[in-house]
Ligand binder design. Structure first.
Ligand SMILES: [Fe+2]
Ligand SMILES: [Fe+2]
Length: 161
């Protein structure tokens, strides 16, 4: 039996030390959960995985919007990447709202999870290939930013649990 908790972010591993490492670790944890969803035929397991994915994505989006994006926007005087990513978060949240608390009932449910997975993949690619490399060249203190984000993440996960 596979334990769905194995892919939960930051359970066994020490917290990543800087902001970008933390965000990338979140991205890969969610990607693992989507991969696990693809493999499962069990509706209870699908529902549990989707609950975990939705919570992880919501907390992740919130720490980006509250802490990372504003810092990047200021440091890079960005008028493009952060606004675009923020709009994409709105779409992610719309898709999450269509899945939270819903019973897996066949192809439409699977389709929504698939669209969410593909959309998140696209969004993550833009962050990791455009926003993060630019942020790294800025004067931002990624360790300080990462510490604040890790603390906020812990707080939000506790609230959601
Ligand atoms: Fe994001
Ligand atoms: Fe992200």
């Amino acid at each position: 039996m596979t334990d769905t908790k194995t892919a939960a972010p930051d359970k066994a591993k020490p917290a990543p030390k800087d902001a970008i490492a933390l965000l990338k670790a979140d991205h890969s944890a969610v990607s693992d959960l989507f991969a696990e969803y693809e493999k499962t035929r069990s509706n209870p397991k699908k529902k549990a995985l989707v609950a975990e994915i939705c919570m992880a994505l919501s907390v992740h989006a919130q720490i980006e919007e509250e802490i990372f994006y504003p810092a990047v926007k200021t440091a890079l005087k960005d008028k493009l990447l952060v606004p675009e990513a923020t709009v994409e978060h709105t779409t992610v949240k719309d898709l999450i709202a269509q899945l939270v608390g819903v019973e897996p009932d066949g192809e439409m449910y699977d389709a929504k999870v698939k669209v969410l997975s593909e959309y998140v993949k696209h969004h993550v690619k833009e962050e990791q290939t455009e926003m993060f490399p630019k942020a790294k060249t800025s004067s931002l203190d990624m360790v300080e930013l990462g510490a604040r984000m890790a603390a906020r993440k812990t707080e939000l996960m506790a609230q959601a649990a």
